[in-house]
Unconditional design. Structure first.
Length: 405
């Protein structure tokens, strides 16, 4: 990265590796001349794929962009460069918690950015509250967001709840069923982790209320790599719609398994990973019509500019769901610092009540939650386009049935 020097040697710790980077124009700055920002994100382990696509590239892009512009602007108009302290949490919540404690009590960073994933954000929420840091839980999907926002008033939940995504999907399927395109049977699988549990708990009553029959409903353990039995049973269920509330390994594994066995449901829906830029490659170039969680307004000039900057800086496109929201959260933080400075209480109040201009448009949180979100997207013509809510500006019409693999 241009204009970045690495300061201090890598220090091996029992819970991972940390590096301190002074992001300057070529020389280290004196203590107090920088804003020190820390984070502990998975560079290794099962969560590394998601973190490496959605979280880390956006952190690095944002830091580079801010520092190339002279640093973070403070309320008095002065600027301070960002210095980063980073730990690899190794996809283990125990290591993550220890890293957060170190960032707060030993490194004494000014701000802490969140890890990737629902479980990881839930694991650190009490600690972030204890140390008083605002927590932008940008990759956490939980139906308990209102409860958590009330319990930890400096936490901000920006990806909605399981029932939101489930209802969005049910709305899409209901329209297709009522049009006679699909039958009223659904085969669903879900990962036995916080994310999958939230999604399936929201989906079961939503499907029932809409008159769908869950003819297959199975959970699978986190870390599962062989999906042949699940997919074979789903294929034999008679359902036109296959739904997986899955993390990237499951999303990718089920796609490959479905292709290898010739399983071609009219609706093929997966969750995390479906909106990743690598998914068309995972699907052997046959992603067209696959539905997944999230989406973006692919025709938005702001989104197109963000995608171009991300691709130029990192060498790869962002995902079409939480990446843009992650970057938007950093823009919110930057604008809040410019308005009120680095005091944690003041920052939290500004994030809670302020209005911000971001790559996803104007953002104003509701009870510490981002509610203006896309729930369902679909691969169409080489882009992952948002299809629900269907009445939201930028929505594309869903294409059902999906072309066969």
């Amino acid at each position: 990265m241009t204009g970045i020097s690495r300061r201090a040697a890598l220090r091996a710790l029992s819970f991972g590796v940390t590096s301190t980077l002074a992001l300057t124009a070529g020389m280290a700055l004196a203590e107090g001349d920088t804003v020190k920002i820390g984070y502990a994100v998975a560079r290794t382990g099962p969560s590394a794929t998601g973190a490496g696509i959605t979280t880390i590239p956006n952190y690095e892009l944002w830091v580079d962009s801010v520092n190339k512009a002279g640093g973070l602007t403070l309320p008095d108009g002065s600027k301070k460069m960002i210095e980063v302290v980073e730990y690899d949490n190794r996809s283990a919540n125990q290591d993550l918690v220890r890293a957060i404690e170190r960032l707060a009590s030993q490194d004494k960073v000014d701000l802490i950015l969140p890890p990737w994933g629902t479980g990881a954000n839930l694991a650190i929420a009490p600690l972030m509250a204890k140390f008083g840091y605002p927590q932008l839980a940008v990759t956490a999907v939980t139906d308990k967001a209102p409860e958590f926002a009330a319990r930890w008033d400096r936490s901000f939940w920006m990806l909605g709840g399981g029932h939101d995504y489930a209802k969005g999907l049910v709305d899409v399927l209901t329209a297709a069923r009522d049009a006679g395109t699909i039958n009223g049977k659904v085969a669903v699988v879900s990962v036995a982790d916080g994310f999958g549990i939230d999604l399936i708990n929201g989906a079961r009553p939503a499907f029932e209320e809409a008159g769908f029959e869950l003819v297959y409903d199975k959970t699978y353990p986190l870390g599962t790599s062989d999906f042949a039995a699940l997919m074979s049973e789903a294929q034999g269920s008679g359902a036109d719609s296959f739904v997986a509330f899955s993390y990237p390994p499951g999303s990718f594994g089920m796609t490959k398994t479905a292709q290898s066995m010739g399983y071609n449901p009219k609706v093929f829906y997966i969750s995390v990973g479906g909106a990743f830029p690598i998914y068309p490659g995972v699907a052997d170039g046959k992603a067209e019509g696959v539905m997944a969680i999230g989406g973006v307004n692919a025709d938005s000039p702001a989104i197109q500019d963000y995608f171009a900057r991300h691709t130029e800086f990192t060498g790869k496109a962002p995902d079409s769901w939480a990446s843009a929201i992650t970057y938007a959260s950093l823009e919110m933080l930057e604008q809040a610092v410019e308005r009120v400075g680095l005091d944690h209480a003041a920052l939290a109040a500004e994030l809670s009540g302020g209005t911000f201009e971001t790559v996803i448009g104007e953002v104003k949180l509701e009870d510490n939650q981002l509610r203006d979100l896309w729930w369902v997207g679909q691969w169409q013509g080489g882009a992952f386009r948002a299809v629900n809510p269907g009445d939201k500006d930028g929505a594309s019409a869903p294409v059902i049935p999906k072309p066969e693999w």
